[in-house]
Design a protein around this ligand. Structure first.
Ligand SMILES: C[S@@+](CC[C@H](N)C(=O)[O-])C[C@H]1O[C@@H](n2cnc3c(N)ncnc32)[C@H](O)[C@@H]1O
Length: 532
């Protein structure tokens, strides 16, 4: 399965996912908070839905979330776990009315406190609220769990894990040993026998390596000024997600984050070689997550698909051929071939097992139909005969458009040989829309004291659906693809100080449907600026 980033309401999307398929669900839903986090996030529609949704108070919120958690329970494997992230606004209600009800009190495992130090504000009459709560429940009494060790336990002594070694520095046995390890007990007895006395404190040194992680996690929040910050008000630190993923999942496990936001969970899942599905109803969240994943992409990253509501022809046309074939087969609900095309040119199978061929071109002609017909027969002769007899299609051919010759040939095969071939245009599988337009102006604001040019870049996007945001890559290299330093810019205006040199800058605009266009600017900066 390919990793997926999906735009939409998670309730609707989760309903389409198969039962008992997921190892871990982490969710960080919008809090029941008057600070209206979400308002910062989204478009007009979101603001409206936010106000409607919570105007009924806590009952409304609990009802809304419970429906979703119910669906999550169905999706988890019997050995799966859920981590629900919330805070004082609603944690008591969530535990009692949602998690205990759906997962059962007996499957409650932990209440984790994420304690963070940040600016307190002017709190004078009570204590500053500086923690979030994460509830950990399992679906049954069997689950994956790896004991983690606290990496920030300075000053605490706990002989749970140690490196015992002799005073002269020789290692006695392996390091990182659990306290009760029988190898150590054997060693100890041998030492006593050989030395004919009990060891004095200095004879054997116990170096404490760490203690098992407990339920209070001290982790710094994402610093608003740091480079990790991607522009999301509710972005969670990667360290927090690492602890969760490392403790209850293994490499290759499937993780779902139905409120993916700025994409912390899936970015960490990618680094830790877990498979993942991320869902968010905000275009901004999906696109920021997509760009974040591009930025951290390396040789070992797994590919992922982004499911939007609309697509544009140009992007589809210029996708890598194999990526496109795989993607469109999946969008049709089929299973793509895992390898590049075989001799027959079959790219995958439908849910019912029919062969699918994808042609990434327009005006498909007669010969393609004839070749496909024989490919289907050679692919699986029995299936071919069975479908032919039953009057069912023998295969599905997908293309941008079909020419007159192809349509006539399909009709001829049906009438003369009783063979049905199903023709599907790409736009019957995924809705197609026009991508946004973009233009960029560059304005010289003068020279600063260091001799750097101050330059204002203004990107203007145009789209019928409205513009969502812009991202900027200040050092664009075509071979690396678009890797923006600025992921989320609502206005499209940036001021940079550039020293004399040549620059290639790329700016991408995203519209409200998630469609995008990129403009590349080549600049030469010396005495003045010159756009090439
Ligand atoms: C608190 S944020 C998640 C932040 C994320 N954990 C991170 O580290 O960046 C909540 C997210 O839930 C999304 N959301 C709210 N209601 C949703 C729904 N019904 N379906 C999908 N996403 C939703 C919002 O758009 C927002 O991105």
């Amino acid at each position: 399965m390919e990793n997926e980033l999906i735009l939409g309401d998670n309730l609707e999307i989760m309903r389409k996912l198969p039962s008992e398929s997921i190892d871990l669900i982490y969710l960080d839903p919008p809090f029941f908070s008057n600070r209206n986090y979400e308002v910062i996030w989204g478009d007009e529609g979101e603001i409206r839905s936010f106000k409607d949704r919570w105007s009924g108070g806590i009952e409304h919120y609990i009802g809304w979330l419970k429906e979703r958690v119910q669906e999550m329970h169905r999706l988890l494997k019997p050995t799966g776990s859920i981590f629900l992230h919330c805070d004082w606004h609603a944690d008591a209600y969530i535990r009692v009315y949602i998690l205990d009800k759906i997962f059962g009190e007996k499957n409650f495992r932990n209440e984790i406190i994420w304690h963070y130090k940040s600016f307190h504000g002017n709190v004078k009459t009570y204590f500053a609220k500086k923690h979030d709560t994460i509830f950990f429940y399992t679906k049954s009494n069997k689950w994956t769990f790896h004991r983690l060790f606290d990496d920030d336990n300075e000053g605490t002594i706990d002989f749970e894990r140690w490196n015992p070694y002799l005073v002269d520095g020789t290692k006695i046995l392996g390091s990182n040993m659990p306290m009760q390890d029988s190898r150590f007990t054997r060693f100890y007895r041998r030492w006593v026998k050989e030395n004919k006395r009990l060891p004095k404190p200095d004879d054997i040194v116990y170096e404490v390596v760490g203690q098992a992680l407990d339920t209070v996690w001290d982790i710094k929040p994402v610093d608003p000024k740091s480079g990790d910050r991607i522009g999301y008000p509710t972005q969670k630190p990667e360290k927090l997600m690492e602890k969760i993923l490392n403790s209850v999942t293994n490499e290759g496990d499937l993780i779902l984050d139905p409120f993916v936001g700025g994409g912390t969970t899936v970015a960490v899942a990618d680094k830790l070689k877990r498979q993942w599905i991320g869902i968010d109803q905000s275009v901004q969240a999906v696109k920021v997550t997509e760009m974040r994943l591009y930025n951290q992409r390396d040789l070992f990253s797994s590919p992922f698909t982004v499911k939007l509501h609309k697509y544009d022809y140009d992007t589809l046309r210029y996708k890598d051929a194999f990526d496109f074939e795989t993607w469109i087969v999946e969008q049709h609900g089929g299973t793509p071939n895992s390898k590049q095309r075989g001799d027959l040119g079959i790219d995958g199978r439908t849910r019912e097992g029919l062969p699918i061929q994808v042609k990434r071109s327009d005006n498909i002609g007669r010969n393609v139909i004839d070749n496909f017909r024989s490919a289907c027969e050679r692919f699986d002769a029995n299936l071919f005969e069975r479908n032919k007899k039953a009057g069912q299609p023998i295969g599905v051919l997908i293309a941008f458009t079909f020419g007159k010759g192809a349509i006539e040939e399909v009709a001829r095969l049906k009438i003369q040989q009783g063979i049905t071939i199903k023709l599907l245009q790409v736009e019957e599988i995924v809705p197609i829309a026009k991508k946004p337009k973009i233009s960029v102006t560059v304005k010289d604001l003068g020279v600063d004291e260091k001799g750097h040019r101050e330059i204002e870049f203004t990107a203007i996007g145009e789209s019928d659906s409205g513009i969502e945001m812009y991202s900027w890559d200040w050092d664009y290299k075509e071979t690396n693809g678009f890797k923006p330093e600025i992921l989320l810019d609502k206005e499209g205006v940036q001021v940079r100080r550039l020293k004399p040199d040549a620059y290639i800058i790329a700016v991408r605009v995203f519209d409200n449907q998630g469609l995008e266009s990129t403009e590349v600017i080549r600049l030469k900066v010396n005495g003045k600026i010159k756009r090439l």
